[in-house]
Every structure is written in C-alpha cells, then in structure tokens.
Design a protein around this ligand. Structure first.
Ligand SMILES: Nc1ncnc2c1ncn2[C@@H]1O[C@H](COP(=O)(O)OP(=O)(O)OP(=O)(O)O)[C@@H](O)[C@H]1O
Ligand SMILES: [Mg+2]
Length: 239
C-alpha cells in the first residue's frame, strides 16, 4: 500500500440550523485503503459521505481529493474525479432489468460497445449474470444491493463510498458482499459505513469512529474494539 494521501478533510463542518452534524472532522485516506467508519446513530457518518461526494456543501473546513480542493463542487463534478457512492437510499430503477440498470450507468462515460463489455464484466464479478433479464422490482433485497454496487462500479471509480452495504443481508449474502468488497479493494480505495461489528472486523484493518460530528478515535480494528471510549459512546454515555 502506498502512503500517498488521496482524500483529506480538515476541520470539516456541516451545520443544519442549530445542529452541528459535523463539528470539525480531520480525516485522511491513503491509496488503496479500505476504511470502515462506525459510530452511533446521528454521529455524522452519512453527512460526511454527502459532503465528500458533493451532495452537501460543507459550512466549514476543507476537503481535498488527490490534491484538489473539492468543497462546493457538484455531485457530477466529484463523480468525474473518480468517486462513486452508494447511499442508504436506493438509486436503482425498478421498472428496468438488471442489465438495463447497469448499462445506463456504464453508458454515461462510454461508447455503447464499451458499456456492453463493462456491464458483462461487472455482472461476472458480482455473480449476477443469471439475473441480467430480471426486473429490479422482482429482486430480493440482497440481490438489489449487489445491483446497486454494480451501478457504482459502472462509473469505474478509484474511490468508493458505501453506506451500510450489509444492512438487511442474510449471512450468505454478507459472505458474498465481503468477497466482492475484497475483490474491489484490489483496484480501488473504499470507505464503508457499517453498523455490523462482525462485518467490520472481517474486512477492515483501520477503523474511524465518529461521535457527535467528530472523530473519536482512528486506529486498527483491535484497538477500536477494545476501547472503553468506544464502548461508552455506543452505550450512550458521555465521553
Ligand atoms: N438534511 C438534514 N437536515 C437537518 N439535520 C440533518 C440533516 N441530515 C442530517 N441531519 C442531522 O445531522 C446529524 C448526523 O446525521 P447523519 O445522517 O450524518 O448520521 P449517521 O451517523 O449517518 O447516522 P445513522 O447511523 O443513523 O445513519 C443527525 O443529528 C441528523 O439528524
Ligand atoms: Mg447514516
């Protein structure tokens, strides 16, 4: 793993009226890292993602992506820098098939022929080729999650943000999701928000804990799991 910092936030703040959703987040992600973000409900994890990908304009601080200051860029401009995000809200089109959903995403930056190859490759990687002609609305939750991930991959991002990719998955589907994420991490950096601690332990080396809009601790997974501060935060105690 190279030591180059590819994403950095400094003093990042996001205020909604009187609520400081982010209250000075300092964060660094190095090339090809796989980082998990954890923290209790309302800690600011999704808000951080939205600021990074341009869905929200931070009210304080800076975000730098590969050396370029990106605060104030619009989502499509951040996407053009090679950032892909899967939010907690679905982005698939229910009335279209799996292949059509992926193709629309792949066609955005590619010729039709390249998009066809890219879609075939993504379905192969995600092991969903047999679902190509199925309508999204007919798929169970776990398969839809894989298609959502496929839509992100169709943008060929070098940095992928995943908000709760394991939520609602069965044990087998979690295993598959871990394989897929490990495979993606061979080429791309990832930041993953996840509540499921077993999942976090199985995929992450480095974990960042958010609490009340700040980074509480940023350390290897064993240190984080053993931290009394982290336990207290999850139990709702003040630290
Ligand atoms: N658009 C908004 N308007 C007002 N307040 C918001 C908005 N988005 C988030 N917040 C508030 O900001 C805080 C952080 O929310 P955020 O969604 O980032 O938390 P989270 O860590 O992703 O939580 P969860 O684990 O429940 O998904 C919360 O207090 C939330 O109510
Ligand atoms: Mg969230």
């Amino acid at each position: 793993m190279s030591n180059r910092v590819e994403l950095e936030s400094r003093g990042l703040g996001m205020q909604f009226g009187g609520v400081h959703a982010l209250a000075g987040v300092d964060f660094k992600l190095r090339r090809q890292e796989l980082r998990c973000l954890i923290g209790p409900n309302g800690a600011g994890k999704s808000t951080f993602f939205k600021c990074v990908c341009g869905m929200l304009k931070p009210t304080a601080g800076d975000i730098t992506i590969r050396g370029q200051r990106t605060n104030g860029l619009l989502p499509h401009q951040v996407a053009r820098l090679g950032i892909g995000i899967k939010t907690q809200v679905p982005s698939v089109m229910n009335g279209l098939t799996v292949r059509e959903n992926l193709w629309l995403a792949a066609r955005r930056d590619n010729t039709s022929a390249v998009a066809n190859r890219l879609v075939a490759d993504i379905m192969d990687r995600l092991l969903i080729t047999d679902l190509a002609a199925e309508l999204l609305e007919t798929l169970a939750h776990g398969k839809r999650q894989l298609v959502e991930l496929g839509i992100v991959l169709a943008g060929q991002p070098w940095l992928i943000l995943l908000d709760e990719p394991a939520a609602g998955l069965t044990a087998d589907e979690v295993d598959r999701m871990i394989d897929v994420i490990t495979d993606i991490n061979r080429e791309s950096s990832l930041i993953i928000v996840e509540h499921d601690m077993h999942f976090v332990r199985r995929i992450a080396r480095q974990v960042t804990v958010f609490h009340q809009g700040r980074v509480l601790i940023d350390a290897d997974v064993d240190t984080v799991m053993a931290s009394q501060d982290v336990r207290d935060v999850y139990l709702g105690k003040q630290v």
